[in-house]
Design a protein around this ligand. Sequence first.
Ligand SMILES: NC(=O)c1ccc[n+]([C@@H]2O[C@H](COP(=O)([O-])OP(=O)(O)OC[C@H]3O[C@@H](n4cnc5c(N)ncnc54)[C@H](OP(=O)(O)O)[C@@H]3O)[C@@H](O)[C@H]2O)c1
Length: 336
Amino acid sequence: MTSDRILVVGGYGAVGATVVSTLDGWFPGRVVVAGRDEGRARRLGGVRADAADPEGFRRTLEGLGDVVAVVLCVEPPDTRVARVCLERGVHLVDIGATRRLLDGVADLHDLAAGAGATAVLSVGVAPGLTNLLARRAHEAVGGAERIDLTVLLGAGERHGADAVRWTVEGLAGPPAGAPLRTTLPGHGRRTAHPFPFSDQHTLPRTLGVGQVTTRLCLDSKPLTSALFGLRAAARRPAVRRALTAAFGRVHLGGDGFAVRADARRGDLHAAWAVTGRVQSRVTALVAAYVTRELLTGSAPAGVHHIEQLPALAGLPEALGAHGLTVWDRHAAVLGT
Ligand SMILES: NC(=O)c1ccc[n+]([C@@H]2O[C@H](COP(=O)([O-])OP(=O)(O)OC[C@H]3O[C@@H](n4cnc5c(N)ncnc54)[C@H](OP(=O)(O)O)[C@@H]3O)[C@@H](O)[C@H]2O)c1
């Protein structure tokens, strides 16, 4: 009989499947797969769970009885499932990337602290590794006045349906700021376009930095131009639906990704970057490492973004074992 189980919601999705296999290697027999497709979940030894149905989710947790941590590998429509977990004292790892939801879960800090539960937000590549690199660069200049984050995604990767939908929705938001030319290791000099990654709202609060900008480009230059050329049109739902369908089918380019953080204070400038392959796999690895830290480390109760937990500061290097490369400000390739 197993106990202290870990429920992975979205556990057969692009991110969730790797979260499940990684955690299962560390905690054999303790991982339970969940999703809305009961047959699929059961074939994997799991249960049906719907992150959009908090009462049903509460019953699922009660039925399992011994869940100590929930890994949310899908974005629920609101924060009610997070509340259900935290008020029961169940730890939460949330790979969500939408500001409204992250802010809503952060508001549950006192509830979580009172119940002895820890939630970690900004888990993944962006947000996630972006936050960790931003913190390093911030500290390297002795407290940044400004941080610029750039993310390059591989257009050839088979991104999960939920992640594609999220990215296309992000296109429709008002562009904040101007495109930026920057160097990404292994990808050369690129133009990245303003994109509403949640860090631009999180980091001013967690690091106390006045200005944080976030930008995106794809490994394919023509696709980057085409995507951001469609920005105005993407405000129309029909165009977003067509784009989501196209990105689900067309895989032009590779599966490499890169993340870069630049911090500036006066004349001081620090830059850090990471490069790797298959961002959904690395997002999953970040989520698995964070979950392991919650279960075996001493993270304080309450709701925290990843960069607020010192025990996770070395995660980029730890992921070197999975092919991630960390580039620091001394690497000539980062330039200015
Ligand atoms: N932080 C980061 O860097 C980062 C990176 C990549 C992705 N993400 C986020 O991760 C999430 C998942 O991405 P993905 O690429 O893995 O997508 P995906 O392949 O579409 O997987 C989503 C999974 O969630 C399940 N699901 C969907 N709605 C659900 C619900 N209401 N309740 C329970 N399960 C539900 C799906 O199965 P059923 O439809 O059968 O339920 C599927 O298994 C997205 O929200 C994305 O924005 C974050």
